[in-house]
Design a protein around this ligand. Structure first.
Ligand SMILES: NC(=O)c1ccc[n+]([C@@H]2O[C@H](COP(=O)([O-])OP(=O)(O)OC[C@H]3O[C@@H](n4cnc5c(N)ncnc54)[C@H](OP(=O)(O)O)[C@@H]3O)[C@@H](O)[C@H]2O)c1
Length: 313
């Protein structure tokens, strides 16, 4: 593993704009999907936020549905423990997925809802839960097949105008769904948060990353370590990847498998922003160190080949 440098010696994490009209974010985001899995206290989460901040990971990715609809409130409580902490972070949150849950008695069927009315209600509630007056990036969590692009866009446009959200984007949208909604946006969408990793390469084949390059918009890459499947000893692709990673690791300062996996994600020219999913301090630190790795072309393709189990066409 690349040695973790101290905050004083570590190069500053680049802070690119996510899109021409989007806010400046950190090069990697900290994801909170699993944040409540180990039942942390507000103090525990606060410590994790400070660790991220010290490492230059200032963008925090959340969602209404995470943690059984409890993540935003938990994040808000943790931020509130340190005056001024919220202002040092950029908050990304998402709405639009509704599953049967104790917080919504009577809800029978899991469904999506990206109507203007629902998105507006969600943002108002999220602001309260997070204890803030604005959200830097608000995403529609999943495309809602039953809502017109005009309806969704009207909601997002009004929310941007109100200042409650600084910018709007989407998650899990196909290129055509993205283009359709974007055509109704007064201020273009700033990202599409999609699954992308060595074990899930769809965005490089289905037009998603071509479109985002055209739009000069950077994707956010969720599950950059394939949700942990990269380390599954029963997965033949994961085993091939581990072997290839071990082969090239010395060339990259003995980088770990996971660091090489992050570097592989970040190497794509559309500059995906990995959303870090681990709760473990040493793994968050290791992820950040991966920013220093620039994979050679052949090594990037070597990992591609190992993942697929065959050569390039
Ligand atoms: N937009 C969407 O629809 C969507 C969907 C899913 C996720 N997301 C976002 O993306 C973020 C990241 O997703 P993710 O959590 O799936 O990310 P991930 O980094 O692909 O997976 C994290 C999982 O991998 C495990 N892991 C990491 N390093 C490991 C290692 N060396 N050996 C074994 N296991 C290891 C972690 O366990 P430990 O915690 O023990 O390290 C954790 O369970 C989420 O928090 C969320 O913000 C968005």
């Amino acid at each position: 593993m690349i040695p973790v440098s101290s905050p004083k010696t570590r190069p500053l994490m680049p802070r690119p704009q996510i899109a021409r009209n989007g806010p400046v974010l950190s090069r990697m985001a900290y994801g909170t999907w699993r944040m409540l899995d180990d039942a942390p206290s507000a103090q525990d989460i606060n410590r994790r936020l400070h660790l991220c901040l010290d490492l230059g990971v200032t963008t925090i990715d959340g969602a209404e549905i995470y943690g059984g609809y409890a993540q935003e409130a938990a994040l808000g409580a943790a931020m509130a423990l340190t005056p001024g902490l919220r202002d040092k972070l950029e908050l990304v949150t998402k709405s639009g997925i509704y599953i049967p849950h104790t917080t919504a008695p009577g809800r029978r069927v899991a469904h999506y809802d990206a109507t203007a009315k629902r998105l507006t209600e969600c943002v108002d509630a999220a602001l309260k839960r997070l204890g803030t007056d604005r959200i830097e990036v608000f995403l529609v969590h999943r495309p809602d097949w039953l809502t017109s692009i005009d309806d969704t866009a009207n909601g997002l446009n009004a929310l941007v105008k109100s200042g409650k959200i600084r910018s709007a984007g989407v998650s899990n949208y196909s290129p055509s769904q993205y283009a359709a909604l974007n055509s109704c946006m007064e201020s273009p969408l700033v990202t599409n948060q999609v699954e992308f990793s060595l074990l899930h390469m769809d965005p490089i084949f289905d037009g998603t990353f071509d479109q985002l390059q055209t739009e000069r918009v950077r994707p956010m890459a969720w599950s950059p370590l394939a949700g942990g499947s990269l380390f599954d000893r029963n997965n033949p692709a994961a085993l091939r990847l581990a072997k290839e990673a071990a082969l090239i690791s010395p060339k990259y300062g003995d980088a770990s498998f996971e660091q090489l996996a992050y570097a592989w994600v970040m190497a794509h020219p559309c500059q995906p922003m990995p959303v870090i999913g681990t709760n473990r301090q040493e793994r968050i630190q290791g992820a950040v160190e991966a920013m220093a790795i620039t994979l050679d072309r052949e090594d990037w393709f070597g990992l591609w080949v190992a993942a697929k189990g065959h050569g390039v066409p």
